[in-house]
Design a protein around this ligand. Structure first.
Ligand code: UDP
Ligand code: MG
Length: 322
């Protein structure tokens, strides 16, 4: 079964057109499917329109938020409720094209866990949208090691284990490919069509770029150091402490054996500073370590994913959570 998850915030003109197009594509696949619209607290006629569609078509499911919680929250809710083995996300504003869906599915069937759309010919303003996005994509690719041209494209296909594995906060949905890499997900991208927005307004401006950049740091940390924060903090802390200790020792030797006055030496202040910050960082590392353990244990999550087990009584593929 295939689930299509669509976050929608004030998209009254777009939804009926999108629904018709999407239905045509999905019916042609000859597979079971569901369309999950997540109405992110719309204040226009979106809720009524969705209800009308859902009344006529039982494959259409609607989740309505009490207020606007943002696109990531909407996608997360859609993932939680999706029943399909493959989950596709797309925008409600007709900028993504449902006709790309069969090609995304083809790639998943080739064995990929995530197939990301790449709006090769993106129809958005250059200065405020395309340029910042090019820069952001380049940085994210370099920092995370997952090279994609278009992290921001909502049109993506995920295997359910990957989509359902993460709790998504803030603006994090776009980073799923980067996060999933840590667990050995196979990721690829294909060029997809992109259309200018005809109805309704874009909900984002240039300020999103800053949030995205900040998220990169978080993703880097989550990806590479989440299971060993003590090594990061403690490692730096140890070096600082060690330097401070050497300086302090040197000054002590001068004082005791050579009777020099060390009270006014800048090196003394530096030494104290290094020792203190070293201790601080090591303790931060230990605290972070405890938090990380609580994090994994409270979620019942293992720091690994098993692809297959053989001769354990049953052969199964799983997401590591069971
Ligand atoms: N969206 C949402 N909640 C929000 C903002 C946006 O569900 O708070 C939806 C919106 O309805 C659309 C998608 O997220 O389906 C992408 O939004 P938009 O088209 O404004 O972003 P852009 O394409 O301009 O980056
Ligand atoms: Mg859009």
């Amino acid at each position: 079964m295939i689930s299509v998850v669509i976050p929608a915030y004030n998209e009254e003109e777009n939804i009926p057109i999108l629904y018709e197009k999407l239905k045509k594509v999905l019916d042609n696949l000859g597979e079971d499917y569901e369309i999950i619209f997540v109405d992110d607290g719309s204040t226009d006629r979106t809720p009524q329109i969705l209800e009308d569609i859902a009344k006529k078509d039982k494959k259409v499911k609607v989740i309505r938020f009490r207020r606007n919680f943002g696109q990531t929250a909407a996608i997360y809710a859609g993932f939680e409720h999706a029943e399909g083995d493959i989950i596709i996300t797309m925008d409600a504003d007709l900028q993504n094209d449902p006709e790309d869906i069969p090609r995304l599915l083809e790639k998943i069937r080739e064995g990929y866990d995530i197939v990301s759309g790449w709006r090769k010919d993106r129809k958005d303003p250059f200065l405020s949208r395309k340029l910042p996005s090019m820069i952001a994509n380049w940085i994210i690719s370099k920092v995370t090691g997952v090279e994609l041209h278009d992290y921001g494209c909502t049109l993506k296909a995920y295997r359910k284990e990957i989509a359902k594995r993460y709790r998504l906060y803030g603006d994090m949905h776009r980073f799923l490919p980067a996060l999933a890499k840590r667990f050995g997900a196979k990721i690829t991208e294909i060029p997809v069509k992109h259309h200018p927005r005809l109805y309704g307004k874009s909900k984002y401006g240039i300020d999103r770029t800053i949030r995205v950049i900040l998220d990169i740091f978080l993703v880097k940390f989550l990806n590479e150091y989440i299971t060993r924060p003590l090594y990061v903090f403690g490692g730096v802390g140890f070096i600082l402490f060690f330097l401070g200790f050497i300086f302090g020792l040197y000054l002590t030797v001068l004082k005791i054996f050579f009777g020099q006055d060390i009270g006014g030496r800048p090196l003394l202040i530096l030494s104290v500073l290094l020792i203190l910050s070293g201790i601080q960082l090591i303790s931060t590392g230990i605290i972070a370590e405890l938090i990380v353990r609580t994090y994994y244990e409270s979620r019942g999550e293992k720091p690994y994913i098993i692809e297959k087990k053989i001769n354990f009584g049953e052969v199964k593929e799983d997401g590591g959570n069971s």
